[in-house]
Design a protein around this ligand. Structure first.
Ligand code: UTP
Length: 280
């Protein structure tokens, strides 16, 4: 079976939950400790063996493209050197989503980039610890089919997420039966929420074409996946780690705390500070 080498990173969303900052900067450029969210996503892809990345941008997202230029003028900065090393080995492409019409619509723009290959989808505003896409690749090798990462969320929160129902398989895997976007807690088939990492196959593009606007009038990827699920087997995998949706303020703050405490340079200081605060 072919290894996954291509990743699509949708980053065209408006980021309204992070207003007013997102009036003039993309949420993907929000700093988490000392680098923007999008760099964590790119690094996760790189360390998982991805070589080709398509970032889907849109209005007001120009700074994302500028960020991935190499910096020959500024020398001897350890952080820039790290990024430049990765950029040397990756091919990064950009395409603009013409209108913000939903995640399903955004993925549609990747069709000619992925060709017939299976590919990873990683949201441009989501950090996973440890890297979720790496975990999904191992599951994909087992089933050779589309795989969706899920996490359990509190029942009262299911209406914020795409939710799956499925039959339990070995080791935290599920054979998907049904997917539904933002169901009410009363109607949700489970509390297994789609967290934003996927491995998909070419069939998704046909399914997106057949998908009508759903919740919020947008073309929802979850609805397209439901169509695809009627045509082929699909699996979900319960992610073993933590994911931070940086587009929401509490998650942004929590990610800064966790990664700040782990940071080589700042960790000791931040950990001492948090311990002191907790004692008060
Ligand atoms: P979100 O659900 O986080 O929506 O999108 P959003 O518009 O970005 O943010 P809010 O809700 O207004 O605060 C999930 C992912 O899908 C991308 C986003 O960039 C994010 O990575 N997306 C969403 C697109 O690329 N295009 C779209 O039309 C919608």
């Amino acid at each position: 079976m072919q290894k996954i080498r291509k990743a699509v990173i949708p980053a065209a969303g408006l980021g309204t939950r992070f207003l007013p900052i997102t009036k003039s900067m993309p949420k993907e450029m929000l700093p988490v400790v000392h680098k923007p969210v999008i760099q964590y996503v790119i690094e996760e892809a790189y360390h998982s063996g991805i070589t080709d990345i398509l970032i889907i941008t849109g209005k007001g997202k120009r700074s994302l493209e500028d960020y991935f230029d190499k910096n020959n003028e500024i020398e001897n900065n350890i952080y820039l050197d790290d990024l430049d090393r990765i950029l040397d080995e990756l091919n990064i492409f950009f395409i603009r989503q013409k209108e913000v019409k939903g995640l399903g619509d955004a993925i549609r723009y990747a069709e000619s980039f992925v060709n017939d290959d299976s590919f990873a989808v990683m949201l441009g505003d989501t950090i996973t610890i440890p890297p979720c896409i790496h975990e999904l690749m191992a599951v994909h090798e087992k089933y050779n089919a589309p795989i969706i990462a899920v996490e359990r969320v509190p029942w009262e929160m299911v209406d914020h997420y795409g939710i799956i129902s499925g039959a339990d398989l070995e080791r935290d895997d599920f054979l998907i039966e049904h997917l539904v976007e933002k169901p009410s807690p009363q109607s949700a088939p489970s509390n297994l929420a789609i967290l934003g990492s996927y491995i998909l196959t070419h069939g998704i593009f046909n399914a997106i074409q057949q998908t009508s606007p759903g919740k919020n009038g947008e073309i929802q990827l979850t609805d397209a996946l439901n169509i695809l699920n009627c045509q082929q087997k699909m699996y979900a995998h319960l992610f073993s780690g933590r994911r931070y949706d940086i587009g929401n303020k509490p998650d942004w703050l929590k990610a800064n705390i966790e990664l700040g405490m782990q940071d080589k340079e700042l960790g000791k200081d931040i950990t001492g500070f948090i311990e002191n605060l907790c004692r008060k």
